[in-house]
Design a protein around this ligand. Structure first.
Ligand SMILES: CC(C)(COP(=O)(O)OP(=O)(O)OC[C@H]1O[C@@H](n2cnc3c(N)ncnc32)[C@H](O)[C@@H]1OP(=O)(O)O)[C@@H](O)C(=O)NCCC(=O)NCCS
Length: 146
C-alpha cells in the first residue's frame, strides 16, 4: 500500500506547514498548527511512500464537526488523494458520532467546491467578506449530513 492515513503528531508539523504554504493564499502559521493540536482539534496526515503529502484538520463538537483545513501537496494533485483523505475524515467523524460536517470555502475555490460536492456536501449560504487580506473574499458555507 503506497498511501497511509494516520493521526498527526507535533513532529509532522513542518511537513504540514510546507504543504500549507504551497496551497493556501493565507496560510496558517506553524504556531497556529501547534495551537490547533493543543486545543484538541483532530489532525490527520496522508502519507504517500512514507512522505507526508496531505493533511486535514477538523474540530468535532458532537453532533457537529467543523472541517477547518484540508490540503494535498500540489505535486500529488489529481490522483484521487484529496478525495481519499476527505472520505477518511467523513468516516472518522461518523465513527465518533458526528451527524453534520460544516465548512467554509472561498467562493473562487471551484476545485475544492467540486471535491466537497462530489462527496455529498450541500451549498448552504454565502458569508460576505469572510476572508480578509489584501483582497476580501466571500465564503461559501457547505455542510454534509452523515
Ligand atoms: C482541494 C484539493 C485537496 C483536492 O485534492 P486532489 O488530491 O487534487 O483531488 P482529487 O484528485 O482527489 O480529486 C477529487 C475531486 O476534486 C475535484 N477536483 C480536483 N482537481 C480538480 C481540478 N483541477 N478541476 C476541477 N475539479 C477538481 C473533482 O471533483 C475531483 O473529482 P473527479 O476526479 O472525479 O473529477 C487540492 O486541490 C488542494 O490541496 N487544494 C488547495 C487547498 C484547498 O483549497 N483546500 C480546501 C480549503 S476549503
Amino acid at each position: 500500500m503506497r498511501t497511509k492515513i494516520r493521526p498527526a503528531s507535533l513532529g509532522d508539523i513542518d511537513s504540514i506547514v510546507e504543504i500549507e504554504n504551497s496551497t493556501n493564499l493565507m496560510p496558517w502559521t506553524k504556531a497556529q498548527f501547534i495551537s490547533s493540536m493543543e486545543v484538541g482539534h483532530y489532525s490527520t496526515v496522508l502519507e504517500y511512500d512514507e512522505a507526508i503529502i496531505g493533511f486535514a484538520i477538523y474540530s468535532p463538537v458532537i453532533p457537529e464537526s467543523h472541517l477547518l483545513n484540508i490540503a494535498i501537496d500540489p505535486a500529488y494533485h489529481r490522483k484521487g488523494l484529496g478525495d481519499k483523505l476527505l472520505k477518511h475524515v467523513i468516516l472518522q467523524n461518523k465513527v465518533i458520532g458526528v451527524k453534520v460536517i460544516t465548512l467554509e470555502v472561498r467562493v473562487s475555490n471551484l476545485i475544492a467546491i467540486n471535491l466537497y460536492e462530489k462527496n455529498g456536501f450541500y451549498k448552504d449560504a454565502i458569508r460576505q467578506n469572510y476572508y480578509s487580506g489584501p483582497e476580501k473574499e466571500d465564503a461559501l458555507l457547505m455542510s454534509l449530513k452523515i
